[in-house]
Design a protein around this ligand. Structure first.
Ligand SMILES: [Zn+2]
Length: 100
């Protein structure tokens, strides 16, 4: 007896035990504290979101971290724009080292 899931290859599909096991596991492991730390100390706010450190299909706990709602939103929107952002990122004009 198998369900109708064969052939489903959506890339962002979460595993069946995401809600029941993975998510609570990561939140508990991280103590319900946001693990966001960028250019500073760890955020530490109450976390109720579980984020993929490397976006994709890696649902191992090593690739998951607890985040607060605020930082999860930031990370998600940043990943959505990442490709474009990289192309259009403004770089300061570089001076030729020989022109000093
Ligand atoms: Zn946070």
């Amino acid at each position: 007896m198998s369900g109708g899931w064969e052939g489903s290859t959506r890339r962002d599909e979460l595993p069946p035990n995401w809600q029941s096991e993975l998510r609570p596991f990561v939140l508990q492991r991280d103590g319900y504290r946001c693990r966001w730390h960028e250019d500073g100390p760890t955020c530490g706010h109450h976390a109720n979101q579980v984020d993929h450190i490397e976006p994709g299909n890696d649902h191992r706990p090593e690739n998951l971290q607890a985040l607060c709602a605020y930082h999860h939103k930031i990370k998600t929107s940043r990943e959505g724009n990442a490709a474009r952002w990289r192309e259009t990122a403004r770089r300061p004009p570089e001076r030729h080292p020989g022109l000093i």
